[in-house]
Write a protein that binds this ligand. Structure first.
Ligand SMILES: Cc1cc2nc3c(=O)[nH]c(=O)nc-3n(C[C@H](O)[C@H](O)[C@H](O)COP(=O)(O)OP(=O)(O)OC[C@H]3O[C@@H](n4cnc5c(N)ncnc54)[C@H](O)[C@@H]3O)c2cc1C
Length: 444
């Protein structure tokens, strides 16, 4: 007889856990509070158009996420636009890593980059030596600002800050250096495919969450959408349970029965991300140009404020397919509009109007667009946990028979899709070790 497992939450962590558990012969009962799977990484309808609930990008190093997609029979190259790891600025030389198999990609790309003076390049020597000495494992955690202390202001503004904000969504003076270095190591190491950005070609929900539910249903999983679990004793006590809900929800559900674990989950702080979706036509002066702005990712390096930001730091060009825009043959179209998502990391969630105004100004002045149409603005207040040096993340095992997964659970990654997926796989690995069988909610 197969054993049953209850999974609460159908975000990317819960879905990954459900798929892995099904593969391993468990009978999955998946419970999700909303009517749609995907959690923070899904698509939403706004005035009849489909947008992602915040623009996402993956990197080629997200091996577990990409391999899970292959399990579902999906081909990542059909789902994502792949671009070398790098970006351009609205002026000056771009930053990009070579797509070869030779070591020290970052160092080589920086040394060859015309944007930085020899003196500025020299300022990187100390932190790089430190990394190499410690084999890319920081011996004790410190902040990213501390790790790069002494590095030139331009390098901090143009390279380190954008990397840190996009990977950790945490201000530099607090961001965990060891997590940052770990992400860089995975992204910048071989094979060459790790070293790339993957931009969704389709709405996020179509890429993974909906396909996952179809796959699970066809394999006999029981799926309950629209059911919120408000207390642990709402769950079948005879089956092990994986809580795949966000940190604050998991803290609430375990507050009375497992106060230590709950305290750790509830003690994490969170940061917002704003995404402003804008459509516009390239100005006359930009038409036909093959400028840096033809690239899919632009970094607006003027505004790398520390925290509570209201200026976009990145612009991601969206393709027509992702925006479900009819593809008109070139002979029949005028100058087609461009679609961009302007991203504000560590955003101030209370200043929506400023965020939208600044995004419009950037689209006009730096992306060279006119006839602007602000189509959608979404600000996710608790987009990611604040990945700070020495922050204590709760472990996978809460108690016998009760496990947690989610982007905040202990692991090598910050709040990312890969972090969420890996945590789901880890929770199932714990099930496999037969840490099951006891009532889910002892003491409740
Ligand atoms: C705007 C934005 C941009 C981002 N950009 C990127 C990016 O570019 N790259 C990247 O890798 N990551 C990015 N992230 C982070 C990524 O989206 C998250 O790390 C990931 O989606 C978290 O997944 P999760 O399954 O851990 O949690 P969630 O997505 O929060 O899923 C939890 C699920 O549990 C459900 N739930 C909650 N409470 C209950 C309950 N009581 N009962 C039943 N169900 C419940 C929720 O409805 C939800 O479906 C971004 C996030 C945001 C918000």
């Amino acid at each position: 007889m197969t054993q049953a497992v209850t999974i609460v939450g159908a975000g990317w962590a819960g879905l990954a856990a459900a798929i892995k558990a099904t593969q391993q012969g468990w009978t999955v009962h998946l419970i999700e509070a909303t009517q749609t799977p995907g959690g923070r990484a899904k698509s939403v309808n706004h005035q009849g158009k489909v947008f992602d609930n915040g623009q996402h990008a993956l990197i080629g190093a997200y091996q577990e996420t990409l391999s899970l997609m292959k399990t579902l029979g999906l081909e990542p190259d059909a789902l994502f636009e792949r671009q070398g790891l790098g970006w351009c600025y609205s002026s000056g030389a771009p930053f990009g890593l070579p797509k070869d198999t030779l070591p020290f990609k970052t160092l080589r790309s920086l040394l060859l980059n015309a944007r930085f003076s020899p003196l500025e390049k020299l300022s990187l020597l100390k932190p790089v030596q430190f990394w190499i000495k410690h084999r890319f494992l920081s011996p004790s955690d410190t902040s990213v600002a501390q790790l790069f202390h002494g590095v030139s202001d331009t390098l901090m503004r143009d390279i380190i800050s954008p990397l840190c904000l996009s990977a950790l969504n945490t201000p530099l003076d607090r961001a965990s250096a060891s997590t940052f270095v770990r992400v860089l190591k995975d992204a910048f190491s071989n094979p060459p495919d790790s070293c790339s950005f993957l931009f969704p070609k389709k709405p996020l929900s179509d890429i993974f969450p909906i396909r996952s539910l179809e796959w699970l249903k066809s394999r006999g999983a029981r799926i309950e959408l629209g059911r919120r679990i408000d207390a642990l004793n709402d769950i079948d006590v005879n089956a092990p349970c994986i809580l795949a809900v966000p940190a604050w929800q998991a803290a609430k559900l375990t507050r009375d029965s497992h106060p230590n674990w709950s305290g750790m989950a509830g003690g994490l702080t969170h940061k917002a991300i704003a995404s402003v979706y804008i459509k516009g036509h390239p100005k006359e002066s930009r038409r036909g140009e093959r400028t840096a702005l033809q690239s899919q990712l632009v970094c607006f390096n003027e505004h790398m404020e520390l925290d509570n930001c209201v200026h976009p730091q990145f612009g991601i060009r969206l393709n027509a397919q992702a925006m479900q825009t009819p593809l008109i043959p070139p002979a029949l179209q005028g100058t087609p509009p461009e679609h961009w998502a302007l991203i504000v990391s560590v955003a101030d969630p209370h200043r929506r109007q400023d965020i939208v105004q600044n995004a419009m100004a950037v689209a006009r002045n730096q992306l060279g667009l006119e006839d602007l149409d602000m189509q959608f603005c979404t600000i996710e207040k608790r987009a990611t946990f604040s990945c700070e040096a020495l922050s204590k993340r709760p472990p996978t095992v809460i108690a016998q028979g009760l496990f947690a997964c989610g982007d905040y659970v202990q692991g090598p990654y910050p709040s990312t899709l890969e972090g969420a997926v890996r945590s789901g796989l880890r929770a199932v690995a714990c099930l496999d070790k037969k840490q099951t069988g006891a009532p889910v909610n002892p003491g409740v």
